[in-house]
Design a protein around this ligand. Structure first.
Ligand code: FES
Length: 137
């Protein structure tokens, strides 16, 4: 079956569903810097256990919280400065923060590492007290 035939078989209804799904997944969030951020997570809780693994990350309250490949706790906004999409991930000490939308790259300190990352990325402070990790601006 050729592509045109396949699309015709889908019909208008299916095309609408595919289009509306994409539109819903492609919405842009605010690029405004997050002010007065301050919250604590307990690393002993199951939902944060991923952070026991070096190089992993979780998303909490529009913040990407990472355990760096060297064991430090890092945090950055989920919203990319390139096109305001909520697609920031952590990809290791050398690659830093990576946006999966258009491959903007940022250092762990939030400095842009390529053209799409040139506006930099808002990062936050972290402070560990026992199993409690505070993330704050
Ligand atoms: S929105 Fe992140 S690279 Fe474009």
């Amino acid at each position: 079956m050729k592509r045109k035939e396949f699309i015709e078989k889908l019909g208008v209804g299916a095309a609408f569903v595919l289009t509306s799904t994409c539109l819903g997944g492609c919405t842009r969030d605010s690029a405004e810097p997050i002010k007065d951020l301050d919250f604590v997570i307990d690393l002993n809780q199951e939902e944060f256990s991923e952070l026991n693994t070096f190089g992993s990350y979780i998303i909490q309250d529009q913040v990407v919280i990472a355990r760096s490949t060297t064991g430090e706790y890092l945090a950055a906004t989920l919203i990319c400065s390139h096109d305001n999409l909520a697609q920031i991930t952590y990809s290791g000490a050398e690659s830093g923060w990576l946006c999966t939308a258009h491959s903007a790259r940022f250092s762990e300190e939030g400095e842009g590492l390529n053209a799409n990352g040139s506006k930099g990325l808002q990062v936050f402070n972290t402070e560990l007290d026992g199993s409690l990790l505070r993330i704050f601006s």
